[in-house]
Design a protein around this ligand. Structure first.
Ligand SMILES: C[S@@+](CC[C@H](N)C(=O)[O-])C[C@H]1O[C@@H](n2cnc3c(N)ncnc32)[C@H](O)[C@@H]1O
Length: 181
C-alpha cells in the first residue's frame, strides 16, 4: 500500500465539490470506515492516529460530535485542551474506562503498529476499555496478515466484543467494525 504525499491529500480535499472533509485516501470517512455520521450526532468520539492535517474532527463537528484526537505527534498530553488533540499512543490511552461511544482509526492502526501479538493485544485491550458498552470502533485499512493477528487477539475477548470484517474491492484489504458488548 502506498501512502500519498501531503500535497496529494490536500489537493483531493480541495477538489471535493461538496465540501465534505476527506480521509487520506480521498474518500469520505464514513464510506472508508463503514459508518454513518448521523449515528455520531452529539456523541463522544475518539480519533486514533489523527494528523494535524486530518479532517475527521472537522467533518464530525458538523454532526456536533465531541471528538478527541490522539497521535504520538501531538505535543499536549492534556486530554481536555482546547483543540482536543492529545499526545498519546493507542497502546496507552489516557482516558477513563467507558468514555467513548465511537472510535475511528483511518490509516493509523493497525497500519502503524508493529506486527506483534503483544502490541495488538495491548491496543485492542485499551480500545475495549475506553469504549462504552454498546460502543463501536471502526478501522481501515487492514491487510490479510493483520486480519489474522486481530482475529487471534479477539478470540480472547469473545465475552466482551463482537466484530465484523468487510473486504474492500480487491487486494485483500478489509475494514473492521468492533462492538463492545
Ligand atoms: C497517515 S497519518 C493519519 C491519517 C488520518 N487518520 C487521516 O485519515 O487522514 C497516521 C497517524 O497515525 C499516528 N500513529 C502512529 N502510531 C500510532 C500509535 N501507536 N497510536 C496512535 N497513533 C499512531 C501517526 O503519528 C500519524 O499521526
Amino acid at each position: 500500500m502506498t501512502l500519498e504525499t501531503h500535497d496529494q491529500i490536500i489537493e483531493k480535499r480541495r477538489s471535493n465539490e461538496k465540501g465534505t472533509m476527506m480521509s487520506s485516501r480521498g474518500v469520505s470517512y464514513d464510506t472508508l470506515l463503514g459508518f454513518n455520521f448521523e449515528t455520531m450526532r452529539g456523541k463522544k468520539v475518539l480519533d486514533i492516529g489523527s494528523s494535524l492535517g486530518s479532517n475527521f474532527s472537522e467533518e464530525a463537528k458538523k454532526y456536533n460530535a465531541d471528538v478527541v484526537s490522539i497521535s504520538p505527534d501531538f505535543k499536549d498530553k492534556t486530554p481536555d485542551n482546547k483543540n482536543k488533540n492529545v499526545a498519546a499512543r493507542v497502546q496507552q490511552l489516557p482516558f477513563k474506562d467507558n468514555t467513548f461511544d465511537y472510535i475511528v482509526a483511518s490509516y493509523s492502526i493497525p497500519y502503524y503498529l508493529p506486527y506483534d501479538f503483544a502490541e495488538y493485544n495491548r491496543s485492542i485491550s485499551e480500545i475495549l476499555a475506553v469504549l462504552k458498552p454498546g460502543g463501536k470502533a471502526y478501522f481501515y485499512p487492514i491487510n490479510t496478515e493483520q486480519k489474522k493477528l486481530i482475529k487471534k487477539v479477539l478470540s480472547q475477548f469473545a465475552n466482551f466484543t463482537t466484530f465484523q470484517f468487510a473486504e474492500d474491492e480487491g487486494g485483500g484489504v478489509s475494514k473492521l467494525m468492533l462492538i463492545k458488548k
